[in-house]
Ligand binder design. Structure first.
Ligand code: C6P
Length: 419
């Protein structure tokens, strides 16, 4: 079994070369070229530490959790709950009871919209979101507004790709019951001022729902300092497996909310005449959970904690600043969103009138993985009058040499399309 290959202590800065050795997939070739993985905003790769934690669970401890008194079930339950505890610490949640395990950010946001929304929204109420949201922080609110008669409003963005704070002033009123916004845009890279936005929501009596899908993997997150009511994120964007997500919720709100899904584990008692709900967090976790994936996410947060989230942010900043400068050299290329010092580690761009799918296909021939399309954020593309962008996004294992290879491949694309 592989062991932690990074010899480091918190006082020693990690090296990207050592980190890369932990990611088996980075040894792979694509079309005969070494893989350059720049699609981290969609999903990150997994280190051996995460793969081994999941493998060990299946080989040595697998049984269902919270159900058995036999040794394996007790060991599996301990590993599962211990992972929840480490995930709770990673975001500084006051208690693991406030950390609900879901499948992904999408399910987390749906959980809040359906359960809190159904119980609290009425005709005349308003739900405020922003123009830069991912579909998973738009569609559930559209559905719940339709169901309850509440009205959905959008905060516009400035030409520079930030939230329009003046417009926000006018849109946040005593009618606003929810302000749901992303901490970081997956298209513009914009980092929103979360604690300020939470304060503004609370000032009008609204709850603040934060989509942390892009921010939690990149920067230290402290839900107590942010004072958010709900925070949603996905394991697969932060070195963990797919199929595991989180919604942190303020205890008082979670306790007052009805359950999301009904079934095993979420009940205290079921009679033919009705049921009573289990305590937090289980009230919101119906059925057999994603045990291996939760254990894998526990290993992922350990890995990120060892690197240090300050280092992760700094590494992404340095690489994004470098990539920003190099991409600006490519004539005809336009990057969406704010400047490099104010954004997360992603750059969505258009290259003349070449379709982003064509750009991505050409880059793929050189072993470079980027995403092309609307990135599940059509309203923000509509704002710019375009249907798609090409997006390069970075994480802990990416290097300046990889950015250089990206730029060379873009010149190739330009030549092919006579740009
Ligand atoms: N964005 C991207 O390529 P899920 O799919 O549930 O794990 O995450 C949804 C989600 C929610 N909010 C933001 C800001 C996101 O970026 C995402 C996922 C990926 O941009 C996949 S569409």
């Amino acid at each position: 079994m592989a062991v932690m290959t990074l010899a480091r202590t918190p006082s020693v800065a990690p090296t990207v070369a050592a980190i890369r050795e932990d990611f088996p997939i980075l040894q792979r070739q694509v079309h005969g070229r070494p893989l350059i993985y720049l699609d981290n905003t969609a999903s990150t790769q997994k280190p051996v530490q995460v793969l081994d934690a999941m493998d060990r669970y299946y080989r040595e401890l697998h049984a269902n959790v919270h159900r058995g008194v036999h040794t394996l079930s007790e060991e599996a339950t301990a590993a599962y709950e211990n992972a929840r505890l480490r995930i709770a610490r990673f975001i500084n949640a006051p208690s693991p009871k406030e950390v609900i395990l879901t499948r992904n950010t999408t399910e987390s946001l749906n959980l809040v919209a359906y359960t809190w929304g159904r119980a609290n929204l009425h005709p005349g109420d308003e739900v405020l979101i922003t123009e830069m949201e991912h579909h998973s922080n738009i569609v559930p609110w559209q559905i719940i507004c339709e169901m309850t008669g509440a009205t959905l409003r959008y905060v516009p963005i400035t030409p520079g790709g930030d939230l329009d704070m003046e417009a926000l002033e006018g849109l946040l009123t005593e009618r606003t019951r929810v302000f749901a916004f992303t901490a970081m845009s997956n298209v513009l890279g914009t980092i929103n001022p979360v604690s300020d936005l939470v304060k503004r929501a609370h000032a009008v009596g609204a709850i603040a729902v934060v989509d942390g899908a892009q921010a939690v993997p990149t920067m230290a997150t402290d839900v107590q300092a942010l004072n958010a009511d709900f925070l949603a994120f996905s394991g697969h964007k932060m070195l963990g497996p797919t199929g595991i997500g989180v919604v942190y919720g303020r205890r008082r709100l979670l306790e007052a909310m009805p359950p999301f899904l009904g079934g095993g584990d979420m009940i205290r008692e079921v009679k033919m005449s009705g049921s009573r709900w289990n305590e937090l967090p289980y009230k919101f976790e119906a059925g057999t959970p994603a045990i291996a994936e939760t254990i894998g996410l526990g290993a992922a947060v350990d890995y990120l904690t060892t690197l240090g989230m300050d280092w992760v942010l700094e590494h992404e900043r340095e690489l994004t600043t470098y990539a920003w400068g190099r991409l600006q050299e490519v004539e005809g290329l336009r990057i969406l969103g704010p400047g490099p010092s104010e954004r997360g580690g992603l750059l969505a761009f258009v290259l003349g009138d070449v379709h982003p799918h064509d750009v991505a296909a050409i880059l793929d021939q050189d072993g470079i993985a980027v995403r092309a399309g609307h990135h599940c954020a059509q309203p923000i593309h509509d704002h710019y009058g375009i249907t798609a962008t090409t997006r390069a996004s970075f994480y802990v294992y990416n290097t300046e040499e990889e950015v250089d290879r990206l730029v060379l491949a873009l010149y190739k694309a330009k030549a092919l399309f006579d740009l």
